[in-house]
Design a protein around this ligand. Structure first.
Ligand code: HEC
Length: 144
C-alpha cells in the first residue's frame, strides 16, 4: 500500500481543488509522529497515587477551596472537629486528626468529603480527581 503513481496525480488534483475552496488541513500528512510510549506524568499531577502528594501542595488547596467556607470559626461547621484557618501547619493537624491510616478509604475526612453522612454534602465525590488526591495523600502516609 505505498504510493500509487496513477492515483496520486488525480488525488493531487482533487486535493488542490479542495484546497482552493476548503483549505488543506486534511491533506498534509507529512508528520512522522512515532509517539509510541506514554509520556511521563508531569509534576504535581497528584491523582495517581504518587508518593509525592504533600499536604501543603496538593491537599491544603483542596480543603481551603472546597471546605473552609463552612469549616472555619463561625462557619456552618465551625463547631466540628475540622476547623480550618488557612494556615498550612494548623490545618494539617486538623486534617490528620480525621484520617485512618490503616484503612485510608474509610477515613472520616475522605468519607465526609465524598458526601457520606456529611452535613456539607458531596464536595469531592468518589472517583473525582480531588477525591483521588486525598486518597493518595492518606495512602502515602499523609505527608505534610
Ligand atoms: C456547606 C458546608 C460544608 C462544606 C462545604 C463542607 N462541610 Fe464538612 N461538615 C459540614 C457540617 C454542617 C458538618 C457537621 C455535620 C456532619 O458531621 O456532617 C460537617 C462535618 C464534617 C466532618 C466531621 C468533623 C468532626 O467533627 O469529626 C468532616 C471530617 C468534614 N465535614 C469534612 C469536610 C471536608 C473534607 C470538606 C471539603 C472537601 C467539607 N467537610 C466541606 C458542612 C460542610
Amino acid at each position: 500500500m505505498s504510493s500509487s503513481p496513477r492515483l496520486s496525480g488525480a488525488t493531487a488534483l482533487l486535493a488542490a481543488l479542495f484546497c482552493l475552496s476548503a483549505g488543506c488541513a486534511d491533506f498534509s500528512r507529512g508528520d512522522p509522529s512515532p509517539d509510541a510510549g506514554a509520556p511521563p506524568p508531569g509534576p504535581g499531577g497528584g491523582a495517581d497515587g504518587g508518593a509525592d502528594v504533600s499536604f501543603a501542595d496538593a491537599v491544603h488547596p483542596l480543603l481551603v477551596s472546597g471546605c473552609q467556607s463552612c469549616h472555619r470559626a463561625g462557619g456552618a461547621a465551625g463547631d466540628t472537629g475540622l476547623v480550618l484557618t488557612g494556615d498550612v501547619e494548623a490545618d494539617y493537624l486538623q486534617a490528620t486528626s480525621s484520617i485512618d491510616a490503616s484503612n485510608p478509604p474509610a477515613s472520616r475526612l475522605l468519607r465526609k468529603a465524598a458526601g457520606a453522612g456529611h452535613g456539607g454534602g458531596a464536595i469531592y465525590p468518589d472517583g473525582t480527581p480531588e477525591y483521588q488526591t486525598l486518597l493518595a495523600w492518606i495512602s502515602n502516609g499523609a505527608q505534610p
